[in-house]
Design a protein around this ligand. Structure first.
Ligand code: AMP
Ligand code: FE
Ligand code: FE
Ligand code: ZN
Length: 288
């Protein structure tokens, strides 16, 4: 199908965060920022929650944009975190909901434990983190970072992540997250389209064996356009995507003021958007 320049798929950015997780703006403001940057197809992909979908859908359609409701599901492989983007799944699917409920509740326990540990050395309490987290939002290390900034302990999120919040720090606590195959299968079973986020970062590629198992679990593709992807891992994945005719996306991973990433700094082609829509069975895109 030849997509029209102004039709569904035009200038698409399929990875944006709001304050329902670790972005700094409410979903309607995220949609407005995306529109200002010329985007016409977007996805809201907060970590482990769909609670921003309704507000995002209203804002996107009033701005004339197409919205693919989405999520960035936490997973982990051995010590490293793996993020699985899911698009157009059924938000009421029981299996996926049980998984995200479990991850989110572990995130609260984990953030409280990290607050206790940090609080032994710095002026920081759990309440300071709560104050940086929108009601009902998925809490994460970025909110602890914001509390540390507010307390004057660090200058910005980046400094917090490089030190106090790093996995190598004594303050670090791991969160519960499913293995990547389970995460991919949960999205696919909910009728969604699973794509591995920032798959070629500095930690390197996931092992071939794991990628094979994820593809068997219905993994649709990879987010090849992302500022954290680096060579030579990126080139290897590009070849895999071409060879197996997988879906390739490009996105900003916008977090408002929480990261320098700008809406539309990477984009997804209209034909890839069309493939995602055609493959999904869990929910419909929201058209303007
Ligand atoms: P968590 O899932 O709670 O362990 O926190 C990881 C999240 O923090 C990721 O999803 C990123 O959005 C964010 N993050 C990681 N590194 C940085 C950084 N250097 N600056 C800002 N945000 C970061
Ligand atoms: Fe994030
Ligand atoms: Fe991510
Ligand atoms: Zn993200």
């Amino acid at each position: 199908m030849a997509a029209r320049a102004d039709g569904p798929g035009a200038v698409a950015d399929l990875h944006l965060h709001s304050d329902h997780s670790d972005g700094t703006e409410p979903p309607a403001m995220v949609m407005a920022a995306a529109h200002r940057h010329g985007l016409r197809t977007v996805a809201l992909t907060d970590h482990d929650t769909t609670s921003g979908w309704t507000e995002a859908a209203e804002a996107a359609s009033s701005l004339g944009m197409t919205l693919l409701p989405g999520m960035e599901l936490s997973a982990k492989y051995e010590w490293r975190s793996v993020h699985v983007l899911g698009y157009l799944f059924d938000p009421d699917d029981a299996g996926l909901r049980a998984l995200t409920d479990r991850i989110r509740s572990s995130r609260v326990t984990r953030a409280r434990t990290m607050a206790d540990r940090i609080g032994r050395d710095y002026d920081l309490q759990w309440e300071d983190i709560v104050a940086q987290t929108a009601v009902g939002a998925t809490v994460g290390r970025p909110h602890i970072a914001d509390a540390l900034v507010q307390k004057g302990v660090v200058r910005d999120r980046g400094e917090a992540f490089a030190g106090i919040l790093s996995p190598h720090s004594d303050y670090y606590v791991a969160l519960y997250a499913p293995d990547p195959v389970t995460a991919v299968a949960a999205i696919a079973d909910a009728g969604g389209v699973p794509i591995i986020a920032h798959p070629a970062g500095r930690a390197g590629l996931l092992p071939d064996r794991l990628v094979t198992r994820m593809l068997e679990a219905d993994l649709a593709g990879f987010e090849l356009g992302h500022r954290e992807n680096v060579e030579p891992a990126l080139g290897t994945l590009e070849r895999l995507v071409r060879r197996r005719d997988l879906i390739a996306t490009g996105s900003s991973d916008y977090h408002g003021l929480g990261k320098p990433n700008v809406p539309g700094e990477n984009t997804t082609s209209p034909d890839m958007v069309a493939r995602i829509i055609a493959r999904a069975t869990g929910s419909e895109p929201v058209y303007p």
